[in-house]
Every structure is written in structure tokens, then in C-alpha cells.
Ligand binder design. Structure first.
Ligand SMILES: Nc1ncnc2c1ncn2[C@@H]1O[C@H](COP(=O)(O)OP(=O)(O)O)[C@@H](O)[C@H]1O
Ligand SMILES: [Mg+2]
Length: 335
């Protein structure tokens, strides 16, 4: 293999949670791959897209070439380019008083991740591929359809690489409304099976929170309930995800706290973590003159109640004397 391309050796993820919800998604993904298709998991942040891609790759057992989409990704990051130099040096000092050196430097083609995966039949994970400029991703059209990779710069002229039969591509993407995300080309989407991932069910969120933090199950259940209530309230600019559950739980774990013994800190962790997760910030979190904390979403200003109230009401949202609130809206969210 020319040049150096970093590959990942997939291993089963040690704390991977496999509830019936997750199993169903994994099985569907593997079915489409076995049928010869590339898969694309699309969903909001925190719906487990990257983890699913890594898990499915570990089931396939082939080395993984992974790339993260971004505005900066170029064709050479995918396919390769004439980046390297091959240097040869001849030193002729046969006659010790005469030193003759000859140096010859040639530019050399180096495969990059997509080419390596196509050439050797590895798994190619393109995480958040719609963050890359659409024209950069055009090279994938013929890879997915004709199973040919166009290598315009290899050797002295145009050439094509026949894609190895064991090559598999796994894509992930966020919804188009997210900042920095391009609309994916219809032609490309048409060549892959897109699985729309929803937020995990409650059982899975609890299992993941416990697995990733080590807190007590009853506390994980409370955190998950708060996050799901906040998500369902429709008050958040961005719905909080299982990431918020994990972060809150880990913060509790650092102090060895249970919710009952947290002495107000649980409430503060929720404010810090869940409010920052659910809005773009700036006005996302405020403190009222009364000393209460308020989470501001795009549609309302929501006071965050004490942990005990959260548990009793099974809801994070309570309206008292906050100016600017839409009462109907909030009443609906507290039922
Ligand atoms: N099946 C799973 N088992 C354990 N942890 C998971 C599982 N799915 C997702 N997670 C965890 O949930 C969080 C969000 O998952 P991630 O794959 O990063 O989501 P996305 O890529 O959709 O933003 C991560 O911390 C990840 O480790
Ligand atoms: Mg991801």
C-alpha cells in the first residue's frame, strides 16, 4: 500500500447497549448491507448514528476507514492525491576527494481513505457526510452505483478502480435544518438505504445512562424522565438527548451523589447541562430577580423547578410569575 492511511480495527464496543429497540435497528442495517446496499443513518444529534455505524462495522469485521464530513474536506481527503514525494539519492564518493551527489525527487500518488477501502474491501464510514460540500461527494455516485472509483490523477492518465466486493459504505447525517449541513444530493441518497433514526425509547435511554455513568438505575430513570419531559414539552430550540442524560449522570457520579442526597446540586447540574444542550445559548439560561433560574427557549421562558418538584410533577416545566410566557402553551406542557 502506498503512503500511510490510518485504519481502525473495529472491536465490539464494551458498553454497547442492545435493547430490543437497538437490536431492531442493527438487524435492519445488517440486512441492507447483506443485500448489497450502502446504509445511511439520518437523525437528530444524539440518536446514536455514529455509535450504530461503529457497531455495525464491528459486526462486519473488516478494517474501517473513517472520515468526518466538514466544509474543509477535499477530494484528496477522500480519494487521495499526488501528495507524496519519492526521493532517491545517489552519493558517489568512490574517489574520496570527489563527492558527487545526485538527487531525484518525484511526486507520488497516495491513496486516501475511500480509495483504500474500495481497493481492499474495507468498511468506509463517512460520518456526517452532508457537512462536506456536495460536489466533493460526487465521487461516491459511481462507487455506489457502478462499483467503479474514478481516479483521475493516478499514474499518467485517467484510470478507474474496480470496487472490491467486500467494500461497504456507512453514512450518517444530521437533519438539513442543522447549522453547517448541506442538502444531500438526491442522486446520492437514491443509491443508499436511508434509515431515519428517532430518539431512543425510554428503556434504551435508561440502559445507556446507567452503562455510561454507573449511577443507580432509579436515578437514571429520573434523569431520563426529566429529559424526555423537556423534549416532549416542545419548548426547546433543540431537544435534549441521551447525551444530556449521560452528562448529568456522570456529574452526579463524580460526587458519588444520588438525587436524594444531592442537596440542590442535581438541580444545578440539570440547569447547566440540559439548558446548554437545548438552546444555542446566549439567552438560554437566566436568573430571575427572585433568584429562580429560567431556561429560555424559542417559544417561552420556563422556570426550572427544584428536583423534588420535578419528580413529583414528572415534568421540568412549571409556570408561576414569569413575564412573557404563553400560559396555554405551558399548561399543555405540564399536563
Ligand atoms: N447502543 C448504545 N449503547 C451505548 N451507548 C450508546 C448507544 N447508542 C448511543 N450511545 C451513546 O449515546 C451518545 C450519543 O450517541 P452518538 O452515536 O454519538 O449519537 P449521534 O452520532 O447520533 O449524535 C454517545 O455518548 C454514545 O456513546
Ligand atoms: Mg455522531
Amino acid at each position: 500500500m502506498e503512503g500511510i492511511t490510518t485504519l481502525l480495527q473495529p472491536r465490539p464496543l464494551p458498553d454497547f447497549v442492545e435493547t430490543p429497540f437497538v437490536k431492531d435497528t442493527v438487524e435492519r442495517a445488517l440486512t441492507y448491507i447483506m443485500a448489497g446496499f450502502s446504509i445511511h443513518s439520518r437523525g437528530a444529534s444524539g440518536t446514536g448514528k455514529t455509535t450504530l455505524a461503529m457497531h455495525v462495522a464491528s459486526k462486519l469485521g473488516r478494517p474501517v476507514a473513517m472520515i468526518h464530513g466538514s466544509e474543509q474536506v477535499s477530494s484528496s481527503d477522500l480519494v487521495g492525491g499526488e501528495n507524496g514525494y519519492r526521493a532517491t539519492k545517489v552519493i558517489d564518493n568512490f574517489i574520496h576527494s570527489v563527492l558527487k551527489t545526485e538527487e531525484n525527487v518525484r511526486r507520488q500518488w497516495m491513496d486516501n481513505r475511500l480509495t483504500v477501502a474500495c481497493r481492499y474491501g474495507f468498511t468506509f464510514i463517512y460520518d456526517e457526510f452532508t457537512r462536506s460540500r456536495p460536489e466533493i461527494n460526487n465521487v461516491l455516485l459511481s462507487v455506489l452505483q457502478e462499483k467503479m472509483l474514478d481516479l483521475p490523477h493516478e499514474g499518467n492518465g485517467d484510470s478507474y478502480l474496480r470496487v472490491h466486493p467486500e467494500f461497504t459504505a456507512i453514512f450518517t447525517s444530521n437533519p438539513e435544518e442543522y447549522a453547517g449541513v448541506y442538502r444531500s444530493q438526491d442522486a446520492l441518497r437514491d443509491r443508499m438505504v436511508t434509515m431515519d433514526l428517532d430518539y431512543f425509547d425510554k428503556e434504551t435511554e435508561v440502559e445507556i445512562t446507567v452503562a455510561k455513568s454507573g449511577i443507580q438505575r432509579s436515578d437514571a430513570e429520573t434523569i431520563v424522565r426529566i429529559v424526555r419531559d423537556l423534549r416532549d414539552s416542545g419548548l426547546c430550540e433543540f431537544a435534549p438527548t441521551v447525551r444530556g442524560c449521560i452528562m448529568t449522570a456522570r456529574a452526579m457520579k463524580v460526587h458519588g451523589l444520588s438525587i436524594a442526597s444531592s442537596d440542590g446540586r442535581f438541580n444545578q447540574f440539570c440547569l447547566d447541562i440540559l439548558c446548554s444542550e437545548s438552546s444555542r445559548g446566549a439567552t438560554g439560561l437566566g436568573k430571575h430577580a427572585s433568584g429562580r433560574h429560567w431556561a429560555r427557549s424559542s417559544t417561552a421562558i420556563v422556570p426550572l423547578t427544584a428536583a423534588s418538584q420535578m419528580r413529583r410533577r414528572h415534568c421540568l416545566v412549571e409556570i408561576t410569575d414569569c413575564p412573557g410566557c404563553d400560559t396555554d402553551h405551558v399548561r399543555r406542557s405540564t399536563t
